[in-house]
Design a protein around this ligand. Structure first.
Ligand SMILES: NC(=O)c1ccc[n+]([C@@H]2O[C@H](COP(=O)([O-])OP(=O)(O)OC[C@H]3O[C@@H](n4cnc5c(N)ncnc54)[C@H](OP(=O)(O)O)[C@@H]3O)[C@@H](O)[C@H]2O)c1
Length: 248
């Protein structure tokens, strides 16, 4: 039995924490990020992990197509295949009458959900040998509860939930697909949120409070829980899932 894990968005935050843990655990890891990491390569080398780093801007259609072609030859060797789509952007944060930056809106959809759909299709269609295929899409409570100023982010994450349900219906017992909310985590994304103006994000103080009151979870701890749940027998029981529903 060999396991291949494909992980997007590994330069910082939750993705960097998951990448470091996977690189330390043996097996095979493919990262899809805008920048490769020599530190990650070092962790993989010390721990005997077979690491491939694919550079890709997930907001770019040609770049995502190129990355998918690079991925294909790596997919048909493993009995256990996992895709974790972690890359995400919370911007643009603005009131709906101000959402005039079409490039930023397109980028958010492309990174958060379009690339996830496309990469999932490649993983599902190029792993006929795999006996255990799992896809974990890192979603957000924002897809389930609305916040003013987050129209685009909420829409992309709600799309992720609906996509996961439809894809699970397609796959039946051939794959387990989960849209997983990770809780609020102390990452650069939270810094971006705290740097927003209150005019754009009326609930700004709530996010400042999360930081001040030490309510943000540690990325390494969340990464560990997510990876544990991904490998558990229970994974896939709930297509729309939340890591906080699972025991630490
Ligand atoms: N932090 C939270 O409280 C929280 C809460 C709920 C859900 N989430 C979700 O958890 C996931 C990870 O969030 P995080 O907090 O770790 O975010 P983060 O600190 O902002 O990191 C986001 C990651 O996504 C990558 N990414 C963004 N745009 C990209 C692009 N165009 N091409 C390739 N990679 C790109 C970033 O790489 P670059 O360095 O290249 O930009 C980075 O590695 C996201 O899906 C987020 O929506 C986070």
């Amino acid at each position: 039995m060999t396991t291949l894990t494909i992980l997007t968005g590994t330069t910082r935050g939750l993705g960097a924490a998951m990448a470091a843990q996977l690189a330390a655990s043996g097996g095979s890891l493919v990262t899809l990020s805008r920048k490769s990491s020599s530190a990650l390569a070092e962790i993989a080398s010390v721990n005997g992990t077979n690491l491939t780093q694919i550079d890709v801007d997930l907001a770019s259609t040609p770049a995502v197509k190129r990355a998918a072609s690079q991925l294909i030859p790596l997919l048909n060797r493993h009995s256990h295949v996992r895709l974790i789509h972690n890359a995400g952007v919370v911007t643009p944060i603005a009131q709906s009458q101000d959402l005039m930056n079409l490039e930023a809106i397109n980028d958010a959809f492309h990174v958060n959900i379009t690339s996830a759909i496309f990469l999932t299709a490649h993983v599902l269609s190029h792993t006929p040998q795999a006996t255990d295929r799992r896809v974990m899409l890192i979603s957000s409570g924002a897809g389930r509860n609305v916040s003013s100023g987050w129209a685009v982010y909420c829409a992309t994450k709600a799309a992720m939930d609906r996509y996961a349900e439809a894809a699970q219906l397609d796959q039946g017992s051939r794959a387990r697909i989960v849209s997983m909310a990770p809780g609020v985590i102390d990452t650069p994304m939270q810094e971006t949120i705290r740097a927003t103006s209150k005019d754009d994000l009326p609930s700004l103080e709530r996010f400042i409070g999360f930081k001040e009151n030490k309510q943000l979870a540690d990325p390494a701890a969340v990464a560990q829980r997510l990876l544990k749940v991904l490998e558990s027998e229970a994974f896939g029981t709930q297509t729309i899932d939340d890591i906080r529903q699972h025991q630490a």
